[in-house]
Ligand binder design. Structure first.
Ligand code: CTP
Length: 405
């Protein structure tokens, strides 16, 4: 696998799968990567420093306070220079520490200090893996912190059990960290409908009432949801060739019909499309000819799709709306959130030049019905899309938790 050489921190925690890290370090080194091993204190019961030092060609660290003279504290130095951090094997203990921010080891300090992507390859007894607290910690790390989990496999475990808990094979770990594959897919099994683009309401065969929406935001959300494992249906006014289902529509009425046909089977709807609030009362079959007088078009109201679905949705279904505002953005968005009875709204100010409509970037405020507020500064729409999908995953989680209580 040829990828640009990377500075990789490998944190090894105390599990029997630690012995596999000799081969992993060797393979990454062979592929041209610079691996620095950091051992937890207890990991030394399973692997020795010397072979890891020889195989990596680098010092092996485990102590917070290194005698070696250096400009920065060791955890900051290692954290700052990392292109990625891998913790393998990641035990239930280190997962719990990461989820709560406990820093009693060099590697947990590095994890808090680094801004590099973090991958975990958990390995443990199957009951420990299945335990509510481990699963909750994993969810926190994935949905709140953005860590990527290289899921353990099923097999015969060293503890004598048989089940899930076997560390992923080295080949899969390497592929995941080098190709940046996100193996955790919090939207797996969820059917998510996303709408994109701006509807067009025909006046005659050549003219229509439309808006400036390019569909970029909705399509970015559909991609992000697909990457997080969702079964995506994109309903779009702009053509898009994707690995998931895309249904092309033009008018608000078509959009409504397709959504209504799909919504019953869906777990969530993200309504990023800019829907025309009005349409011409009549659509002329022929091109309207120019005359010597002014022309008045009579418009009738389109139904508010979001409001209809917000009223009729099942308790477990999640609806996310958008709010395009030119004034009093947050106040208006809040009103829409309440009026349309939806779960979350993404508001953007359409008056900011080079942002929003047609642009690859956006800046938004996200509000949820339970009072959460997040402000995402100017950034690529794909980042915003990922964030919205992570928030969606959190909403699914909170519904699940509420049900369990
Ligand atoms: N929406 C909808 N059906 C409509 C109009 C809007 O489902 N007929 C949805 C949009 O897809 C968006 C949300 O409602 O998710 C808010 O749309 P927006 O255009 O911001 O606001 P409106 O509700 O149309 O109100 P206004 O135009 O007065 O701001």
């Amino acid at each position: 696998m040829s990828t640009k050489p990377k500075n990789i921190i490998l944190g090894i925690s105390a599990g029997i799968a630690a012995y596999r890290m000799y081969d992993l370090v060797n393979e990454l080194k062979k592929q041209g990567h610079n691996v620095t091993v950091v051992l937890t204190k207890d990991a030394k019961n399973f692997v020795s420093e010397l072979p890891l030092k020889v195989l990596s060609g680098n010092p092996v660290y485990s102590e917070m306070f290194c005698p070696k003279e250096q400009n920065k504290p060791i955890h900051i130095d290692l954290a700052d220079n990392a292109d990625l951090v891998l913790v393998a094997p990641a035990t239930a203990d280190i997962i719990a520490k990461m989820a709560t921010g406990i820093c009693d080891e060099l590697i947990t300090n590095i994890l808090l200090a680094t801004t590099a992507p973090v991958y975990l390859a958990p390995a443990m007894n199957t009951n420990m893996w299945d335990h509510f607290t481990t699963q909750k910690n994993i969810e926190t790390l994935v949905t709140k912190i953005g860590y990527k989990i290289i899921a353990p496999e099923e097999g015969d475990l060293a503890c004598g059990y048989s089940g899930v808990g076997h560390i992923a094979p080295n080949e899969r770990i390497i592929k995941t960290i080098l190709l940046g594959e996100n193996e955790v897919r919090p939207l797996l099994g969820k059917k998510v409908i996303i709408t994109a683009g701006g509807t067009r309401e025909a006046i005659d065969p050549v003219r229509y009432i439309g808006n400036k929406s390019s569909g970029k935001m909705g399509i970015a959300i559909a991609d992000a949801a697909y990457n997080l494992g969702a079964d995506v249906v994109l309903i779009s006014t702009v053509y898009a060739e994707k690995k998931y289902q895309v249904i092309e529509v033009e008018t608000a009425q078509e959009l409504q019909e397709v959504i209504e046909a799909e919504f019953d089977k869906a777990d969530a709807l993200i309504m990023a499309a800019a829907v025309s609030d009005y349409k011409p009362m009549k659509t002329s079959k022929q091109k309207i000819k120019k005359k010597n007088e002014d022309l008045t078009l009579e418009l009738i109201k389109n139904p508010d799709i979001l409001e209809i679905l917000g009223r009729t949705k099942r308790e477990k279904q999640i609806i996310v709306g958008f709010s395009a505002e030119s004034e009093e953005m947050e106040k208006n968005a809040k009103e829409k959130l309440v009026k349309k009875k939806i779960d979350m709204i993404v508001a953007n100010d359409i008056t900011v030049p080079d942002l929003g409509f047609g642009s690859d970037e956006n800046a938004v405020i996200i509000l949820t019905k339970d009072g959460q507020r997040e402000c995402l500064q100017r950034q690529p729409k794909i980042q915003i899309a990922k964030h919205i999908c992570q928030k969606l995953a959190e909403l699914f989680l909170s519904i699940k938790e509420a049900k369990e209580v």
